[in-house]
Design a protein around this ligand. Sequence first.
Ligand code: WT7
Length: 632
Amino acid sequence: MSTPFRSGAFRLSPSDYSALTDAAQQNPEVYWQNQSTRLDWIRSPSSAQDTGNGWFADGTLNASVNCLDRHLESRGEQIGLIWQAEEADHVVRLTYRDLHARVCQMANVLRDHGISRGDRVAIHLPTVIEGVVGMLACARLGAIHVVLFGGFSPEAIADRLADSGATLVITANVGRRGAKRIPFKTTMDSALSLRPETLSVRSVLVVSVTDEPVPMQAGRDELLTPLLEKAETSCPAETMASTDPLFLLYTSGSTGKPKGIVHGTGGYLTWASYTHELVFDHQKGDVFWCTADIGWITGHSYVVYGPLSNGGTILLFEGMPSHPTPGRWWEVIQSHKVTTFYTSPTAIRALMREGNDLPRQYDLTSLRVLGTVGEPISQEAWSWFDDVIGGGRCAFVDTWWQTESGGIMISPVPGAVKEKPASATLPLPGVHPVLLDDKGQVLDGATEGVLCLDGSWPGRALTIWNDDALFQTTYLRPYPGHYFTGDGARRDEDGYYWITGRVDDVINVSGHRIGSAEIEDALAAEHAIVESAAIGIPHDLKGQGIIVYAVARDPSHPELEMLAVRAITAKVGRYAVPEKVYIVPDLPKTRSGKNVRRLMRKIACGETDGLGDLSTLADPEIVDVLIRIVQG
Ligand code: WT7
């Protein structure tokens, strides 16, 4: 099944695209050198390769200058950022000149608070302009931003503040969700009081999203708005090495400890700019709406750095998809004439449930490119989005990538790569995926295997903060000579890739990446639970849901499930709460003591046959016990 080929209105034709792919293949160094010229460098790099500690090693630049200053002459009066509040009549539009002034003011405030190059600044905010401004202000000073997702619990925040060594925090009094208030400041206060001896935070700057007062600690906390108002609207930008870190972003993996993925400056920004232009067919006048929170990599690369480095117009929406009315997102697209709409399969699945009549009440004809990211999309959801939202006219880009890749790696290119519903299609020019079998042999042709990447690309993460050894063992050691992504994929006879999901112990809940070990570590801290295993199973709305098997110290304890949920909420956050906690007498283990997750997954999915070889289990009897508990 494939859709009609919609070429014509797009920047690239199939032959342009082949020319790029060939050029990248034939002489990568020249190709990436050319791509690096999309940025303004203070000193242009003399080489275009990965030196082992990053790309374009001898180049120098500043990322905020590339996103702001260099646009002032040609498009200073163009709108750079549209902020749409929950209320339809509350919109803030900032030109590039306004945005530049705001970033300079923020940078001056940060500098007055002792922030300089290399320092870490944590940003913990709802969807407000200060999030984008804060990131670019850090970049201006050469400080390293660490954006923390609003859904993290105080424990999770405290761990990340400690690991990053952040000295300053930007947060908000509250976030708004309809009449509800999300307590950002008091969550941060709890985080700061948990293990103060591990933290280096000296200042907390508070954005006033509403005029609700919050407790302020004298000598540490200050309201940000009055400081910004007094600050100068110009601020010199630091000259940074291409390989200096631009930001840390925490993500989950096979170990319980969150990993601070480090992205550099020149390579990352080249990748954000390159992929944003190519994949979203960036054209003058586009209004680009990426619905991701800035707390995730999608928000970094496609709310901030990609579109702003390319001089685009970004839209930030404070509210939720279906609030206050179920058609709120469609109303936003209509009223701002959004051309490019990038969202998650989870959101599409939820919106699909509202039916087709609702979106048809809005004029969505401004849309030209639709994109999805974060999880596999079903053919049904793909076709609904393409047809009901895109009117069958739009390019559809199912983009595969990860926090570690910095930007999109496998995706259609509008007008140039023919789509197949629910396939991420082909690698971008210069990207070299390979599929391997269990033994690490490269597989040819139409096949299925572990997805790895060959060679380097400018957006590749530099390392894991404080733990380069973990970077090596996680990505480079599992399949020597290849970069291991953690995903599995199928390749069809046309060379198209179909991502099948994680092959490690990472669970993808509504596009949020959660390590089994994070949940198991949270439960290990709960006295009533002796041992546990968290697994992911298919979930209609969320993609995957979490199931926990837990062994209790005292199985007659009446509130074990509640204790488990509370432990996970406290240590990780509400977004990691399981669908179900099964209290079991034991976990299925091999004779060498390894949990057999495959078995637990099958049983949780309701299977009783085809459970595989049970002869390696230490106690095969446990299987029937589990089936009885789970399947009733
Ligand atoms: C994991 C990365 C990339 C930004 C958002 C998530 C899954 C990502 C797709 C896609 C199927 C996808 C993978 C990947 N994933 N995009 N188009 N189709 N799966 O970033 O939190 O680092 O998660 O998300 O499993 O490894 P992340």
